[in-house]
Design a protein around this ligand. Structure first.
Ligand SMILES: Nc1ncnc2c1ncn2[C@@H]1O[C@H](COP(=O)(O)OP(=O)(O)O)[C@@H](O)[C@H]1O
Ligand SMILES: [Mg+2]
Length: 296
């Protein structure tokens, strides 16, 4: 059997087998990221499948997934490594009576006293390497981006007490951004870039079908049609945030739980908190209801 990623079609099929339905352009970007050993930056609204793609890829490629969830104020010791001070201290205490200070220092700055965080783990993963997910990098701050620049360029880090750690095999690196801010240009230049849009109807239909098989074909059709209208003009303008794929899936599950056979204004309003997470958006739904439900 050929490897699941020997062609773009193979990779598409393998991802589908893992429950991830990807458009060709996205699979092409992943394929190239692997071939060219370049990081891939995925941008898009929340809930369009950025994080899920990394999980599905790790699964189909049989590689470990290492995930770094970014946030403002994240420090290198959470991303890269830190020394296990408690273990070092114990060792120092035990050695104090018998060893010279120099010797003790050499002893406690060895690899076994390191606590490895995802970015270091990704360098040390054996061939063919890990899938490294640097998730929601737009939440991290500028100093972290600057650090990342070096990491992505060389796939190596320098640990002052130990020396340089180089990647055993370049990790397949995916960065995601919900675009709450623009990323540093230099970081972008290091990466291949792919914008993830809301799915076309057919693809969303396939996703909801496979994730909520208990929903009837008719209900699944109605759910995807309604959500896709919510995301389209002129309706999308009325909302601060459109529902993502995750919301469509959740909504279908909720409607099944309520034994809904067909959508009507009442059940939509009662379950609006699944589609929208802002009070204003829930309120904006009511006046548009008839138009949204109009048969096209
Ligand atoms: N292409 C896809 N195929 C299958 N399921 C998907 C796809 N995209 C999104 N999903 C579903 O939507 C959920 C949210 O996606 P996620 O990757 O968390 O979004 P993001 O990271 O872009 O905010 C996933 O858990 C998955 O159930
Ligand atoms: Mg995500």
């Amino acid at each position: 059997m050929p490897a699941p990623h020997s062609t773009i079609d193979d990779l598409t099929r393998a991802l589908e087998g893992a429950g991830y339905h990807a458009p060709r352009q996205l699979v092409t970007a992943v394929f190239l990221a692997m071939r060219l050993q370049r990081p891939l930056l995925l941008e898009g609204e929340p809930g369009v499948g950025k994080t899920e793609l990394a999980k599905a890829l790790a699964q189909v490629l049989g590689r470990p997934l290492l995930r770094l969830q970014c946030y403002d104020g994240m420090e290198q010791r959470e991303a890269l490594y830190e020394w296990n001070h408690a273990a070092q201290l114990l060792r120092m205490r035990a050695a104090q009576a018998s060893a010279a200070p120099d010797e003790i220092e050499r002893e406690i700055y060895q690899a076994r006293y390191l606590i490895r965080r995802p970015l270091l783990q990704a360098l040390e993963a054996p061939a063919p390497g890990a899938v490294l997910l640097i998730d929601e990098v737009d939440r991290a701050d500028e100093p972290f981006e600057a650090f990342l620049l070096e990491y992505l360029g060389e796939y190596q880090v320098s640990i002052p007490e130990l020396g340089t750690v180089r990647a055993v095999a370049a990790p397949l690196t995916l960065l995601t951004s919900n675009r709450t801010r623009d990323l540093n240009d230099a970081v972008k230049r290091r990466c291949l870039y792919q914008w993830l849009d809301y799915p076309e109807r057919e693809r969303e239909l396939a996703i909801v079908r496979s994730q909520v098989p208990e929903a009837s074909a008719a209900l699944t059709e109605q759910v995807t049609q309604f959500v896709s209208r919510l995301r389209s003009q002129p309706f999308a303008n009325a909302f601060q945030r459109s529902p993502g794929i995750a919301e469509s899936v959740e909504w279908a599950k909720a409607l099944v739980a309520l034994d809904t056979l067909t959508l009507d204004p009442e059940v939509i309003q009662d379950t609006a908190g699944i589609l929208f997470k802002q009070r204003e958006d829930v309120a904006a739904l009511q006046p548009l209801m008839d138009q949204l439900l109009e048969v096209q």
